[in-house]
Design a binder for this molecule. Sequence first.
Ligand SMILES: [Zn+2]
Length: 303
Amino acid sequence: MASVPETVAPMAAEGFPLTAVPASAGQGAGRKPEAMPMSTVHHIYLSPHLDDAVLSCGATIAQQVAGGESVKVVTIFAGCPPLQSLSPYAAQMHRRWGDESDPVGKRRREDEAACRILGAVPIHLDYLDAPCRTDPADGGFLYTSDEYLFAGRIHSADFGLVDDLATDIARRWGNDHEVLFYAPLGVGGHVDHQIVREAAFKLQRRGFSLRFYEDFPYVEDGHALVGALARPDGYAWMAELRWAQEQHVAVKCEAIACYRSQMPNLFGDTEAMARRVRAYMTLVGGERYAERFWTGKPCSSPK
Ligand SMILES: [Zn+2]
């Protein structure tokens, strides 16, 4: 079933065209969406960390699974670092997560529980997250504070990681011609989100179908969303709304609540989380709940 634009919905970012897709329709993509039955699309959500895709797209994932579609949540930076040689910044972060003996293992188990609730398949890759990465040239840590982490700039020692990641993903799923990738827009400037965004653009240039999702909760700051869309990398953006049914919003909140190690830092508690999830989905959808996705098309260069 092809997805049919329904109405021009509210909350388009200024200057960006926006279409809406009925909640009952498939994402309808793949390389030939008009000819492809909904059930053959394989949805692969690229999640920088062990929570991002569910935080941002949980209701859409739940609806796709309910519709019999195949959904995988692939967390990129889910590697276990050597705990005896962490930077003070990384060690402090692990203390915040509440289990210093196995911080990433704890987060992996949280993600498995969240995906189980949504009905998606969790896949954890072994790339180290930014505070644990070092410069091969001198062994120094690349990102040693929140300021570096959220500056929106990829360290030069990480440039190769963008290429490696795009190649790795294409190798794993490149033979699947009906795959539709979802990647973060990079709202909020976290460097790991930027790296996945850039790798996703490389996948798009190789011919893969791609949607970008809004990094929640960073996207609650509307200026941050505009900043992510306005980056001078030569793309024009089109938005697409996915309407969500109440039952799938509830399932999304239940799944997010599994990320207990992140709850104090991101929201305070689960009640505040649910309020903010529902408030943002209502802001996006107007009178109804919705999640918003973006398609980036290369602009033709001025003559
Ligand atoms: Zn993240």
